[in-house]
Design a protein around this ligand. Structure first.
Ligand code: HEM
Length: 486
């Protein structure tokens, strides 16, 4: 007996497969539609957030990917729908229902420490690149224990020494900027932040080793928003390969570290040892590796992108640039070898407001995804269990009812305690607040201080469009400047 498929001719096989595919798509579409209409009616005609719909099954995935590949950047997908539907809308991306909310009230409802109805959730492909044991991909108790362990590393002492190292790298880099026609701030900042963070985490300083790892980490990051297709020519596949190389390097460093008697004082060493509290067991090597990679990725591009935006905003706001130069000049030490400490940074109050205003305007992490653990209501709309609710920080930062004249670069808006609750979300809030917040702010302040007290600059390319496919909004131009000594 021949099977049905092998007894028919090749063109018929094709037809047969097409009919099967058609049937499959039809059944799937009907199922999704039925599920939707069931949900609509079963909730007593309660109103769901307005939705832009999109195609059956794929929803608006194509529009989302197109925005990611445009000069307006990924956020443009959210912005256009927010303008059309208001503070709360619904869409379907990569097979999941996403809701975007953009009021301070909904930010509180979703992100406050005591909000138990939501949990952070990243796409599975991101978890594959960062590692299953990454802090970013964990939730619940596992997250709390690991977060406690990692936050113990960000002491004032370690912050102080990392900042001194970062300062030394900035001073060194700035020295040769005057020789160049154009300095690409983003690229320079990427190198400096990477090297400073690697020194803090694993005491790596050898230039060639750092360069190799920096390229691998960049490939991992580039793969994070790519379509998760594991074929040799895809960006996702290349990212996984690069992750493997980073993991191998970290594994060797850990192995070598275990054999050594003289240990450098860094994050890795603290993680290899037992912590102070009884819950602080030594972490497994795999967990350490995943989290070192996570800290590098979470800290490097975010901080470097913010540095480039700050340089651009200060170029566009010369008066503010002159003011911070005048205020900071007296803090410049007579001794060129004196590196900045946390005490001096705490005196730079105007500079720290510039940093905050940069972070508000640039909104480097534009929205925060959380999965709804049960059915609930937000902004009067019904939210179903399993939907992903994204708090749209960028909209809140640019909302004229939250911040006066939001398009204006105005650092003094952060005078005293004038900001409203949940109005400044550059580092998130609640139980998932950025672990490197103080470090990032300090790095930005150091960079600002050194730049304004060493040089004046002219932005060569004033274009504000964004790099395609970037995980965070980054200037496509790379922020090229020409400097002249002050
Ligand atoms: C300007 C620079 C930075 C910005 C704008 C930024 C922003 C953020 C935001 C918004 C979150 C929370 C995301 C959410 O709630 O979904 C976050 C989390 C995190 N950040 Fe940062 N970050 C920066 C720098 C850093 C640095 C320098 C490090 C460490 C070296 C770091 C490590 C982390 C980690 C580990 C988390 C996850 C915390 C958790 O899930 O418990 N970040 N960051």
């Amino acid at each position: 007996m021949f099977s049905l498929v092998s007894s028919i001719q090749p063109p018929m096989v094709l037809h047969f497969l097409l009919v099967l595919l058609g049937l499959y798509l039809l059944i799937k579409t009907v199922t999704v539609l039925l599920e939707f209409s069931w949900r609509l009616t079963s909730s007593n005609n309660e109103v769901l957030p307005p939705s832009s719909g999109g195609f059956p099954l794929i929803g608006e995935t194509l529009a989302f990917l197109a925005a990611n590949n445009s000069r307006e950047g990924l956020y443009d997908f959210v912005k256009t729908r927010r303008l059309r539907y208001g503070n709360c809308f619904r869409t379907r991306i990569f097979g999941e229902t996403h809701v975007f909310v953009s009021s301070t009230g909904s930010a509180k409802a979703v992100m406050a420490s005591d909000s138990v109805g939501f949990e952070k959730r990243y796409m599975r492909s991101i978890a594959e690149l960062l590692g299953e044991q990454s802090l970013l991909c964990m939730s619940g108790e596992l997250h709390d224990v690991l977060r406690h362990r990692l936050s113990g590393l960000f002491t004032a002492e370690s912050l102080g020494s990392t900042i001194k190292h970062f300062d030394a790298l900035v001073v060194e880099a700035l020295k040769e900027w005057k020789e160049r026609e154009a300095v690409f701030v983003l690229e320079e900042a990427m190198k400096i932040t990477f090297n400073a963070i690697c020194k803090m985490l694993i005491s790596k300083e050898r230039v060639e080793e750092l360069e190799k790892m920096r390229k691998d980490v960049a490939e991992v990051t580039e793969a994070m928003l790519a379509f998760p297709l594991k074929l040799p020519w895809t960006r996702f596949y290349r990212g996984l390969k690069a992750r493997k190389r980073v993991m191998d390097t970290l594994r060797n460093i850990i192995k070598f570290r275990r054999q050594r008697l003289d240990h450098p004082k860094d994050f890795l060493q603290s993680l290899l040892m037992k912590g102070e509290s009884p819950f602080d067991a030594p972490l497994t090597d795999a967990k350490i590796q995943d989290n070192i990679l996570t800290l590098i990725i979470a800290g490097q591009i975010t901080t470097a992108s913010a540095i480039a935006w700050m340089v651009k905003y200060l170029d566009e706001n010369q008066e503010i640039q002159e003011t911070v130069r005048a205020v900071n000049f007296p803090l410049k030490s007579k001794d060129p070898d004196t590196l900045l400490g946390l005490d001096v940074l705490s005196e730079m109050t105007f500079a720290s407001k510039i940093v905050k205003e940069t972070l508000r305007m640039a909104s480097i992490v534009s929205w925060f995804p959380r999965v709804a653990l049960r059915d609930c209501y937000i902004e009067g709309y019904r939210i179903m269990k399993g939907w992903i609710v994204n708090v749209d920080a960028r909209s809140i930062h640019w909302d004229p009812t939250v911040h006066d004249e939001p398009t204006k670069f105005h650092p003094l808006r952060f005078n005293e305690d004038s900001t409203k609750p949940y109005s400044f979300l550059a580092f998130g809030t609640g139980g998932r607040t950025c672990l490197g917040m103080n470090l990032a702010k300090a790095m930005l302040t150091v960079f600002l201080h050194r730049l304004v007290t060493t040089y004046r600059w002219e932005l060569i390319d004033k274009d504000s469009s964004l790099e395609k496919g970037a995980l965070f909004p980054r200037l496509r131009s790379g922020c090229p400047i020409h400097v002249t000594p002050t």
